[in-house]
Design a binder for this molecule. Sequence first.
Ligand SMILES: [Zn+2]
Length: 160
Amino acid sequence: MDATTIAAAIGGLRTAGDIARSILDLKIDSEISEKVIELQRQILSAQEAALSTQQLQMELLETKRQLEKEIADLKAWDRERENYELKDIARGTFAYVPKPNPNTSEPFHWLCTNCFETRKKSILQAGQSGGSNSRDRAYHCGLCSNTIFVPWRVAPTKSE
Ligand SMILES: [Zn+2]
C-alpha cells in the first residue's frame, strides 16, 4: 500500500463513519440502532488500524531516506579515499597523503590517520611547538586530539 492508498482508506472510513452517524439521526427502531452502533465500532477500529499503518509507513520512509543518505555518503567516501595513500612521513610517523594527481590544483597536505579510519578527512595543521624535542614540529588534527611530531625539514610538499 502506498501513501495515497492509505490516505484514501482513511478518507473512505471517515465518510462511512459520517453515514453511520446520520443513520442514527433517522427515526429507526432500536434493533437497527444497535447494528449501526456496532458498525460504528468496526469503522473506528479500522480507522485506528489505517492510522497506525500510515504512521508505520512514514517511519519506514524516514528509515529508507536515512539509509540512502548513508549509502551515498559511503560511496562518496570510497571515491575520496581512493585519492589517498598511507605513508611513513618520518621515522614511522604515518599520515595519509594525496596520490599523485596531475588534475588537481589542491595544495599537498597530510590527513589524520585516526580520522581517516573513521571516514573523516581532516587535514593536519602545522603548529609551532616542537614538543619534547625542539628539532620537531607538531602537526595537529582539528577534529580529534591527534598530534604528530616530525622533523622541521619534513613538510607536506609534493617533493617529499
Ligand atoms: Zn584526527
